[in-house]
Design a protein around this ligand. Structure first.
Ligand code: BGC
Length: 364
């Protein structure tokens, strides 16, 4: 069983182009015993958020290694064809469990269908694959993430005391169900404020693939057409940083609050510098641990007991057994919480440009 697994792994490796060696991220030594199956994990890309190549990869590896379960963790680098190739390689290498972060629901579903046909248990990690029929789903309460963003922006704008400020919205990828949920959350806060005249509804656009470069182009266009933009609801730190770059170019940074998500080093530095209003911290370690716990049980052919809630797949109408975690709002006042939780290291965060702000925030 082990030898067959390793051979299939190496064979699949020759098909993989790009930075990652197939099976190079094996999380365990295979000491899980002959009846414990291997787990395959496909992460989406390394550009849309820093989290995937750093936090998720690291925490998942650690969780599988600690359990002595072999995990083949690969990254599709934003390429849907590569995503499917990796999945096929994992399926033919005999994984018992396949965990994916889809690049869109269509390719995600194609992969989940193939896995199911091969008798492999499936987990949607972070993003629900619409109509995908995964056995389990592990994520955060994504509507709550959006609500925190909407409320964070409202608080920052209230502090600025601008009369009826124009708010621009940079939504996440239109093919990511999470982006839909985030928007549902922040618009539940912003729409009533547009309606009662507290804020003025400005331009609103989706950013394909959560791509920072496209976000910068889109936001530059928004600002050119509407110089009075006074607040930016950016759906994650990548999009927020893109907007901040354009605001800097126009000497408007710090005057126009911008939101984010993921508590990336860059996002937290933008907050400490006064250029970003808030971010949302999602304790990825908890998410990775919860997903690995499910995968490990399934790899041992045990019935998991931790997915106690359900999420309704809006396309299929099916209830998916789920683990949903709680996100946390981060502003200049509590950046320290992210460091204290071990998600970001003070040495990495507190570069000279923000050293003073770090000290003021009690981070050392
Ligand atoms: C994740 C976010 C991430 C975004 C871009 C979403 O599905 O929930 O954490 O910032 O994708 O990768």
């Amino acid at each position: 069983m082990m030898r067959k697994g390793l051979f299939a792994c190496a064979a699949a490796g020759s098909l993989i182009l790009g930075g990652l060696t197939a099976c190079g991220d094996d999380g365990g030594s295979g000491s899980g015993g002959s009846d414990t199956g291997k787990v395959g994990v496909i992460l989406p890309d390394t550009k849309s958020s820093a989290r995937w190549a750093t936090a998720d990869l690291t925490y998942l590896k650690q969780a599988f290694a600690a359990a002595g379960v072999t995990a083949d963790i690969q990254n599709a680098q934003g390429d849907k064809t590569q995503f499917q190739t990796i999945a096929e390689g994992m399926i033919s290498s005999g994984v018992k469990v396949l965990m994916i972060v889809n690049l869109d629901s269509g390719t995600g579903k194609a992969v989940l269908d193939k896995a199911r046909t091969a008798g492999i248990a499936t987990i949607d990690y972070d993003r629900l694959t619409l109509d995908g029929g995964a056995d389990y789903y592990v994520s955060f309460d994504n509507v709550k993430v959006g609500e925190l963003q909407g409320q964070g922006l409202a608080d920052c704008l209230a502090a600025k005391k601008y009369p009826k400020p124009v708010v621009a919205e940079l939504n996440g990828s239109p093919t990511d169900n999470n982006a839909t949920l985030f928007a549902q959350g922040y618009n539940s806060v912003l729409d009533p404020k547009y309606a009662d005249g507290t804020f003025t509804k400005g331009p609103n656009q989706d950013v394909p693939d959560w791509d920072g470069a496209q976000a910068a182009t889109i936001f530059e266009q928004m600002l050119t057409e509407n110089r009075t933009i006074k607040g930016v609801l950016a759906a994650n730190d990548t999009l927020g940083n893109a907007a901040i770059g354009i605001l800097k170019k126009n000497k408007l940074n710090g005057q126009v609050p911008v939101t984010g998500q993921d508590a990336t080093v860059q996002g937290l530095q933008n907050i400490l510098a006064g250029d970003q209003c808030m971010t949302v911290y999602k304790a990825v370690k908890k998410e990775a641990d919860a997903a690995a716990e499910l995968a490990i049980a399934l790899a041992k052919e045990q019935k998991p007991s931790t997915a106690t809630s359900t999420v309704k797949d809006p396309t299929s109408g099916k209830d998916v057994p789920s683990v949903l975690l709680d996100p946390q709002s981060i502003t200049k006042d509590n950046v320290k919480a992210v460091v204290d939780d071990g998600y970001v290291k003070a040495a990495e965060l507190c570069v000279p440009q923000v050293a003073k702000a770090c000290t003021e925030a009690g981070i050392s």
